[in-house]
Design a protein around this ligand. Structure first.
Ligand SMILES: Nc1ncnc2c1ncn2[C@@H]1O[C@H](COP(=O)(O)OP(=O)(O)OP(=O)(O)O)[C@@H](O)[C@H]1O
Ligand SMILES: [Mg+2]
Length: 369
């Protein structure tokens, strides 16, 4: 899974082959994760046994520039992206982005096994019954997951529909930043690709990305995503609650949240905010785990893997582990990625790692010529 490419032809969407002669190595797209808090960029090259990190970085976005997965102020976002691309001296202009939220629908449907051309015709004729949007308003993409056994007559097909106006808004914004968008993925698939690129898939895992305004829960079972859910909760909630409770400006509240400023005697109140919010998050995670266990009672989940800026919260791993009984570990999106310590500071890399997970998933996508 994870080969979605909107609004281009699905047949072009192949994962990079791992074993290639150097002369034939594929060019990868530059990964660009446009979050509501920050934009992250990552450029990699394919090696025989993994990837080489060429460049990476992030830049904060002005408040409100991106909300609910939609561009509110495209010019400001374009400016931040162009500056980041230039400052990091990134060579590639072909970028892969991902979308999420209300403007994209991902649906697994069960269909009779058919040839590729039959499937294409079927999807285009029947898509409207699977998605709640007018078919003329969306870009459609799909992938046969080939779940049928040899004599099976049905197969699962992953169907994705994304609102044209939202996708076109992103494409126009990127072009105005001097870039060439070549791949539009979905957040959950990008996270899954990042995991697949870095870890062996023998164990089932729950990937949890906690950003500023949303949390993505993605259960990977036997190498594919069984459940992917976006929940509109995130670390910004913490800042807003600190802001309200302490009656201070947003930036001061953010500094307190990050541990850059003290609250003196009100430490207990602060801890209460963290506990209440993390409890809300874990309830959503448990709901997803319960859903998985009730549908697949014979399966187990070996671990939870945390990414996103929210994964940096002190004590969150232990809290989640106690609440779920699962081992919890940080997502290292550079596990199988080589990096030259003289070019990229290893300490910076360790620091930025949790926030870069989704972006590295995008940066593993081969760029079409
Ligand atoms: N140590 C920390 N403790 C708490 N929150 C943190 C910490 N470090 C970063 N964050 C928060 O993480 C968020 C940024 O994470 P990230 O870059 O993953 O978000 P994003 O991708 O921009 O947002 P989203 O995916 O929700 O649109 C910010 O809200 C930031 O305050
Ligand atoms: Mg994010």
């Amino acid at each position: 899974m994870g080969k979605l490419k909107l609004p281009f032809k699905p047949s072009e969407t192949k994962r990079p082959a791992r074993k290639r002669s150097p002369a034939k190595r594929e060019q990868l797209a530059v990964g660009l994760d446009i979050g509501s808090h920050a934009v992250k960029i990552c450029e990699m090259a394919v090696l025989d046994d993994g990837y080489q990190l060429l460049s990476l970085g992030s830049a904060l976005l002005p408040a409100g520039a991106v909300e609910d997965g939609m561009l509110q102020h495209p010019e400001e976002v374009a400016k931040s992206i162009a500056a980041l691309h230039k400052n990091l001296k990134i060579k590639g202009k072909k970028v892969a982005i991902s979308i999420s939220g209300y403007s994209v629908i991902v649906k697994k449907i069960s269909l009779a096994v058919m040839t590729d051309s039959e499937l294409e015709a079927h999807i285009h004729a029947e898509a409207e019954q699977y998605i709640p949007f007018d078919i003329d308003d969306v870009y459609l993409d799909y992938q046969d997951l080939k779940t049928n056994t040899e004599d099976g007559e049905r197969t699962d097909v992953m169907l994705v529909a994304a609102k044209k106006d939202v996708v076109d808004g992103f494409l126009g914004m990127l072009r105005s930043a001097g870039l060439k968008p070549v791949i539009v993925d979905v957040d959950a698939f990008a996270l899954e690709n990042a995991y697949e690129a870095n870890f062996d898939l023998t164990e089932n895992a729950a990937l949890v990305d906690i950003g500023a305004s949303k949390m993505n829960i993605n259960i990977i079972s036997h190498g594919t995503s069984i459940l992917a859910r976006d929940v509109m909760l995130g670390s910004r909630q913490l800042t807003e609650q600190i802001q309200n409770r302490f009656e201070i400006p947003f930036n001061e509240a953010e500094a307190i949240k990050l541990g850059h400023a003290e609250v003196g005697e009100r430490q207990e109140e602060l801890e209460e905010i963290f506990t209440n919010t993390c409890t809300q998050w874990i309830m959503e995670i448990k709901r997803a785990l319960d859903f998985y266990y009730s549908n697949y009672p014979d399966e187990t989940i070996a671990k939870m893997v945390l990414s996103g800026g929210g994964a940096r919260i002190k004590g969150i791993e232990q809290f989640f582990a106690e609440e779920t009984g699962l081992p919890v570990e940080p997502f290292n999106p550079f596990n199988k990625v080589r990096s030259d310590g003289n070019k990229i500071d290893p300490e910076y890399l360790r620091y930025i790692a949790p926030e870069m997970a989704l972006c590295t998933g995008l940066a593993t996508r081969p760029s079409p010529l």
